[in-house]
Design a protein around this ligand. Structure first.
Ligand code: ZN
Length: 316
């Protein structure tokens, strides 16, 4: 066997062992899924809440319909080598960033901006101080690339026409699949990177993304973050209050915003008072234990079979 044939064989084997979660099966997602399938990826699971898009994929892939924020739990996420977000929406990209950062799973984003197809890779699984998606967002806005300026000609807004938008989305999906293959082969190096291609001019860019120490998402985070499955019940018994009075002032940073409350950081005491033992509508929370960030994972917690337990304090 020649050396290049054995390299190709090793690469095929690596791809066949990969498991990926593809979030979104729209124009970008469908091209990505097709390419990953052709590459012979081992496991492609699809998260798509629109049944019209999800149903045709069911005979070939495991499809989770429903909102990815609910379906793709931290526990499920940790089972994949990559999560690839193709939902062309900034809020979705932020949410995937939030979860993949904590789950320590490589993240790839694919999106479009007019006629520009863009992809970005955040190898969280390979690099503990890897930049995150929000590092890029928290920096000062960069000047628009020349290519997107060209879309405005003679004062008339000529945003990409439907055919061009479809082509741009396909290219974004194809670029994302190429990026997954490159990272899997080790050719990419463990570094966060963003690449874009102007589909009208063919101009391309590729930049490394350094971590921003002031990033609101990852700046203060020590990774990898230990994950502790925790019951989502908010009550502190008298004995715990007595034995550990600091429990009520312990702060937690929630994954979700709470109706009617500003911010996401609360003391345990505030949550106990508001939720009176009931669950908080949040997927997970971050808290500091002995100087280290720990993730309390509520959505993957499974209660043991009920046992008879005394609710009284032990005799002192
Ligand atoms: Zn960051």
């Amino acid at each position: 066997m020649t050396k290049s044939a054995s390299n190709t064989g090793a690469q095929d084997l690596r791809l066949a062992r990969l498991g990926v979660a593809v979030v979104g099966a729209g124009r970008i997602g469908i091209e990505l899924i097709r390419n990953l399938g052709l590459m012979g990826l081992g496991r492609i699971d699809v998260y798509e809440r629109d049944r019209h898009r999800a149903d045709p994929l069911r005979n070939r892939y495991r499809v989770h319909s429903g909102d990815f924020w609910d379906e793709l739990t931290l526990g499920r996420l940790r089972d994949y080598d990559f999560a690839i977000c193709t939902v062309d929406d900034r809020a979705a990209r932020v949410r995937m960033n939030q979860k993949c950062l904590v789950a320590n799973v490589n993240l790839v984003h694919a999106w479009t901006e007019n006629a520009i197809a863009a992809v970005a890779a955040y190898p969280f699984g390979a690099l503990d101080d890897c930049a995150c998606y929000e590092c890029d967002q928290s920096r000062a806005a960069r000047p628009m690339p020349l290519a997107s300026l060209r879309l405005t000609v003679g004062g008339t807004e000529t945003s990409a026409d439907p055919a061009s938008r479809i082509a741009t989305a396909s290219i974004a999906g194809a670029l994302a699949s190429a990026l997954v293959a490159r990272i899997a082969s080790g050719a990419h190096g463990a570094v966060a990177r963003k690449a874009s291609l102007d589909t009208t001019s063919g101009d391309g860019t590729s930049v490394e993304l350094p971590r921003d120490p002031k990033c609101p998402r990852c700046g203060a985070l020590q990774r990898p973050v230990p994950i502790v499955l925790t019951r989502n019940r908010w009550a502190v018994s008298k004995c715990v209050r007595a034995a550990s009075p600091g429990t009520l002032t312990q702060h937690v940073q929630l994954s979700d915003e709470l109706d009617g409350l500003e911010g996401r950081s609360f003391s345990v005491g505030e949550l106990v008072e508001r939720y009176q033992g009931g669950p908080i509508p949040a997927k997970f929370a971050l808290t500091i234990v002995e100087g280290r960030t720990v993730c309390l994972d509520f959505e993957d917690f499974r209660a043991d079979p009920p046992r008879a337990r005394s609710s009284r304090c032990p005799p002192s």
